[in-house]
Design a protein around this ligand. Structure first.
Ligand code: HEC
Ligand code: HEC
Length: 237
């Protein structure tokens, strides 16, 4: 009975939220200061420890699966996959949505902003612990590797001051700490978010620690990188 009440309450909340997202009205945007490494580390250190089993329950209650899939592997090309994300990254994203740091392409971020604003730190930590436990999965089965893209990932490009993606995101795209995993990421989301970094709509990264590498990438390279990571095998170190 309690469960049913919870579910219908959540369904109502969900429909309400989707309605708001569709209407596309701009809510109040909280004004958080940009992160410094120090402030971010301090905030992460103060987060409560997450409980993955509670996180699973919360993900059911909040219907995260409707968009991100049961385990965080998105069933749709519209949404990001969040399975196997390091917990610190998921925590940071939820805080960034909650506090107005991540607000790019408002219609896309709207639902996440609303969800995050109704969560406390414990719930965020629990959800992050749950998704961090889910194995990474490849999105496509392609085995073609474009050598130019492979080079960009492993060696970067000195002329354009592009640091190898793998040096931060890991050789298997597994991510670490606040650096997200990229293996198996939905390519449409990957492209969208890279372009949002490129044109400055997404600026929640600390000291432009990510966006600086996107400025000189061509559209073709961004697509190539998206395809490269989408095919990455499900290796989690
Ligand atoms: C109605 C669809 C929808 C629901 C429900 C939803 N999300 Fe999202 N989520 C999105 C979209 C769309 C994005 C990408 C937004 C953007 O581009 O800024 C996103 C992004 C995210 C991200 C950032 C992903 C990344 O790789 O940076 C996290 C983390 C996340 N969602 C967690 C959750 C959690 C946890 C729940 C449940 C509490 C949830 N989402 C429910 C649609 C949804
Ligand atoms: C110096 C370390 C570093 C390098 C090099 C780097 N990244 Fe990142 N990347 C990050 C960090 C940190 C984030 C998370 C930023 C934030 O908080 O929004 C990130 C985020 C991303 C995201 C967003 C993922 C998501 O789920 O929303 C993508 C896509 C990405 N990087 C791709 C790349 C690619 C492709 C390259 C190589 C061309 C690259 N990165 C090079 C550190 C790096």
């Amino acid at each position: 009975m309690l469960k049913r009440t919870l579910i219908s309450a959540c369904t109502a909340a969900f429909i309400g939220l989707s309605g708001a997202a569709l209407a596309g009205g701009h809510g109040e945007k909280p004004e958080a200061n940009p992160w410094t490494n120090f402030a971010l580390q301090n905030t992460l250190n103060k987060m409560p420890a997450g409980n993955a089993a509670n996180g699973k329950e919360l993900s059911d209650q909040w219907m995260c699966a409707a968009c991100h899939g049961e385990t965080g592997k998105s069933p749709s090309r519209n949404y990001a996959s969040i399975n196997g994300m390091p917990k610190e990254y998921t925590i940071k994203m939820m805080l960034d949505y909650r506090d107005g740091r991540r607000w790019e392409n408002y219609k896309q971020a709207n639902i996440m902003v609303k969800l995050a604003q109704s969560m406390n730190d414990q719930e965020i930590a629990d959800l992050a612990a749950f998704y961090a436990e889910q194995p990474l999965t490849n999105w496509t089965d392609s085995t073609d590797v474009d050598p130019k893209i492979d080079r960009l990932v492993r060696k970067g490009d000195v002329n354009r001051m592009i640091t190898p993606c793998a040096s931060c995101h890991g050789v298997h795209g597994e991510g670490h700490g606040v650096v997200p995993s990229l293996a198996g990421q939905v390519p449409e989301y990957f492209v969208r978010t890279m372009k949002a970094y490129q044109d400055g709509q997404r600026h929640n990264d600390v000291n432009q620690g990510m966006s600086q590498f996107t400025h000189d990438l061509t559209d073709e390279e961004i697509q190539g990188l998206a395809d490269y990571y989408a095919a990455m095998p499900a290796v989690k170190e």
